[in-house]
Design a protein around this ligand. Structure first.
Ligand code: MN
Length: 284
């Protein structure tokens, strides 16, 4: 279990992230052997930059890759995936606010389910830099591959991989990150997750102030503060709180709709192009 790097980067007195239970890791390592289904998740992480953390359970930990643009359902679109430190199994259900330090920002559980390696020997596939597998999540399904690029991408070294969708019924040209942006855990967006916690923490020192991430934080913090104001102090917050409260209800409705849209294809696996069917339904 290689969680030394994970632990060294974090202060668990400051961060709500799980520290990692070695007993649980050992139990999980025993169960998930060979080409059997294991846990996988994708966490959408708004930190200094927005990215998607792709995690596959193996040997008692979550192998992890940071995918800046997120997974693509289009087999022609290869997405850069930077291998990062192994994460504890418990991280797979984590969603919340990292107030400061490493990874400071908001973590959303964007997808989860099981992954099944195509081969028995996952270690050998990793070593070779060619890991083929099948995903069964809410948003990501079907056949995929992670291929190491051997430093072909700038500054990558051997941490640089590509995440690629194979051509099958679950491939398509729908932009899944845009089409299904919300949490599979809370059904909320980043502002909902922040409002659940403590939106005040970043009034002066937010995790990113410039660029695209900074602009996103700006909006999300304002909306989270408004939501909290609307629910926390009835009448006392005045017009601003009330209007932000209305927005929060709208976002909840959005979440429900997205959840329905995402769950629907799971019962219609025989459909010839589920991705396109999803897109069509979403457009209505
Ligand atoms: Mn991350």
């Amino acid at each position: 279990m290689a969680l030394e790097k994970y632990k060294a980067k974090r202060n668990f007195k400051e961060s709500p992230e799980p520290a990692g239970d070695t007993k649980l890791a050992a139990e999980r390592a025993k169960k998930a052997k060979g080409a059997t289904p294991r846990f996988f998740c994708v966490q959408k992480h708004l930190a200094s930059h927005l990215h998607y953390d792709f995690r596959l359970e193996h040997n008692g930990v979550l192998l992890s890759w940071a995918v800046p643009k997120g997974p693509s359902l289009d087999p022609a679109t290869k997405r850069l995936a930077m291998m990062v430190e192994d994460h504890p199994i418990e991280y797979g259900t984590f969603e919340g606010v990292i107030p400061s330090g490493y990874g400071a920002g908001i973590v959303m559980l964007w997808d989860r389910g099981t992954w099944t390696p195509d081969v028995d020997d996952v270690e050998a596939a990793l070593k070779k830099g060619d890991l083929k597998f099948t995903l069964d999540g809410f948003k990501l399904k079907g056949s995929w591959v992670l291929v190491r690029t051997k430093g072909k991408w700038s500054g990558g070294g051997d941490r640089s991989w590509l995440l690629i969708k194979h051509r099958d019924d679950w491939a398509g040209d729908v932009d899944i990150a845009e089409f299904a942006p919300l949490s599979v855990k809370s059904k909320g967006d980043f502002a909902d997750i922040l409002a659940e916690g403590n939106p005040d923490i970043w009034i002066s020192h937010r995790p990113a102030s410039g660029g695209e991430a900074g602009a996103m934080f700006e909006k999300i913090i304002t909306r989270a503060l408004g939501m909290r104001g609307a629910t926390g102090a009835k009448g006392a917050t005045g017009a601003k709180g009330a209007s932000e409260g209305a927005k929060s209800a709208k976002s909840a409705k959005r979440a429900v709709n997205a959840k329905r849209a995402v769950k629907r294809p799971a019962t219609k696996r025989k459909s010839s192009s589920p991705a396109r069917a999803r897109a069509a339904k979403g457009a209505r």
